[in-house]
Design a binder for this molecule. Structure first.
Ligand code: BYC
Length: 472
């Protein structure tokens, strides 16, 4: 078993003790990380005991241990998935060569940029969620929020490890900069759009964990294919943690849908706001917003960056190793969206620059699966309503659709038509104010806010009314 050495100040399975230079760099960064965590991490709960999962080994069976922990004492550390002996590069110009154990000199800048972009999202999400604890719908949900926050903190550690271990002084400067940018800050914002949006309420947070964390799954899976082996191994382990974040999003929204349907049936009304629920129309608007912001995270439909990442062997496709083609794609094509006048159509484009669109397609199919499950809940209650993913051109800020206005049904609209309809498609100030009005803390064991159903089961076989966070 690949155990983690907790006797060290920084728990790790990367033999940190044998690398004095790296150890010094990380020990210098550690207090700065803690300062950032105290300043920008979950507000108001740093001294509370939280029932958290900590990684104790990186093998499939034994990697998680549950216990009460105060968040600043969480064992952040450096964990890589087991090495695969004899691993070779699986795609691009270097296909078949042994995977790199060190940074290939000619790709240094590009690789650093990829790692920094990934790393930047992790602290950003903690910053976005920092005020949510005060309005938690239950202790169960509060604990899950904190679990996600500490794991995003650990994912930041994972990227900082790569920067400090493999990129020398530049890497150390980037590690510092990751703690200096701030989500939503006008002067020093986070790198990617979605990570500068606000997460002002729990509905937005559940949507974020469903839609935006799912971008994380697809980006990490693509980086897990990397020919740079330390990045691949780091991302493979991060994906095991990511699964819980997606679970929180999918089941969380499912529980909101469930509660709304119960209220509609019990009250024999569509007007669930009267009963303290979130109406399905409002849920649809939140889906429209978070889905479109998250689609932007895949970059432009046609991107030379994406082609280069692939050709260089740095970032593969989702499940690259399962694909049965030449893994070079020089002569292949892929279907991408196209705008012809005010019509959205498709065209065949060279496959390499279309890799962002391909990954977005994989993501869209995955998003749809959850929506189908939520619709099952609605159907089971005998309610005639279907939640839908809007068209991929809806409300986009990056790529082909950034220049046009597109309805959820995929019609290209005039500015005037957009302006007169957008209130029906996106949360209005009144919708947001209503959702905000529901955000009153529920912290009694086993109790849940009016707008969300209890989960089917508790965490780690504990009952739903377990004291997941000790507030006293
Ligand atoms: N916002 O050729 P383009 C996660 C920039 S989430 C702002 O279209 P490219 C997590 C782009 O950087 C996963 N800027 O795109 C989730 C480029 O700028 P430069 C995060 C954007 O480069 C929840 C320019 O526009 N990981 O883990 O092919 C909680 C032209 O770019 C945006 C990664 O993203 C945007 N939305 O692809 C916690 C993986 N989109 O370089 C965590 C690493 C594009 O010209 N990143 N731009 O200055 C990448 O693979 C690529 O950078 C991207 C963009 C896919 C993001």
């Amino acid at each position: 078993m690949a155990g983690i050495d907790y006797s060290e100040r920084i728990p790790n399975n990367v033999s940190l003790a044998d690398n004095r230079r790296l150890q010094r760099a990380l020990e210098e960064w550690h207090p700065k990380f803690l300062d950032w965590w105290m300043q920008m991490g979950p507000e108001g709960f740093q001294a509370k005991d939280v029932y958290l999962r900590t990684a104790v080994s990186v093998d499939a069976q034994g990697w998680a241990q549950f216990d009460y922990v105060r968040m600043p004492e969480y064992r952040w550390g450096l964990f890589l998935a087991e090495p695969e002996s004899g691993r070779t590069i699986g795609f691009g110009d270097h296909m078949g060569a042994p995977a790199w154990q060190d940074v290939p000199g000619e790709y240094r800048g590009v690789l650093r940029r990829l790692i920094v972009t990934q790393g930047d999202t992790e602290p950003a999400s903690v910053e976005q969620q920092r005020h949510l604890g005060r309005t938690c719908p239950s202790l169960y949900d509060l604990r899950n929020l904190f679990q996600i926050n500490v794991e995003e903190g650990r994912h930041l550690w994972a990227m900082v490890y790569l920067l400090d271990a493999y990129f020398g002084r530049d890497g150390r400067e980037e590690s510092e900069a990751l703690l200096q940018r701030r989500s939503g800050d006008r002067d020093k914002p986070r790198i990617l759009g979605a990570f500068n949006e606000k997460t002002p309420d729990w509905l937005s947070y559940l949507m974020f964990t469903y839609f935006t964390d799912r971008d994380g799954k697809y980006q990490l899976a693509s980086l897990a294919e990397s020919g740079f082996d330390p990045l691949s191994r780091t991302c493979r382990f991060m994906l095991t943690e990511e699964a819980h974040h997606l679970f929180v999003g999918e089941t969380g929204i499912g529980r909101v849908v469930q509660r709304t349907c119960e209220l509609m049936r019990e009250g024999k009304t569509d007007d669930v706001r009267r009963l303290g629920g979130i109406d399905l129309e409002t849920l649809q608007k939140y889906i429209n917003f978070h889905y479109s912001v998250s689609l932007d995270l895949f970059g432009s439909e046609v991107s030379t960056n994406a082609a280069n990442f692939y050709t260089m062997g740095l970032k593969g496709r989702f499940e690259e190793s399962k694909k049965k083609d030449d893994h070079r794609l020089k002569d292949a094509t892929y279907t991408v969206s196209e705008l012809v006048g005010d019509r959205i159509t498709t065209r065949e484009a060279p496959a390499l620059p279309s890799l962002n669109e391909r990954l977005r397609d994989d993501y869209i199919a995955d998003c749809q699966r959850g929506v189908d499950r939520w619709n099952q809940i609605i159907k089971k209650h005998g309610i005639d309503f279907e939640l839908r993913l809007p068209n991929r051109g809806f409300r986009r800020a990056i790529g082909l659709f950034a220049e046009v206005k597109v309805s959820p049904d995929g019609l290209v609209l005039s500015e005037a038509a957009w302006d007169s309809n957008k209130h029906a498609w996106l949360p209005t100030e009144a919708d947001q104010a209503y959702v905000q009005s529901l955000m009153r803390p529920v912290t009694e064991r086993g109790r849940f806010a009016s707008w969300i159903a209890p989960p089917a089961r508790g965490v780690n076989s504990q009952p739903v009314d377990f004291e997941y966070v000790r507030l006293a």
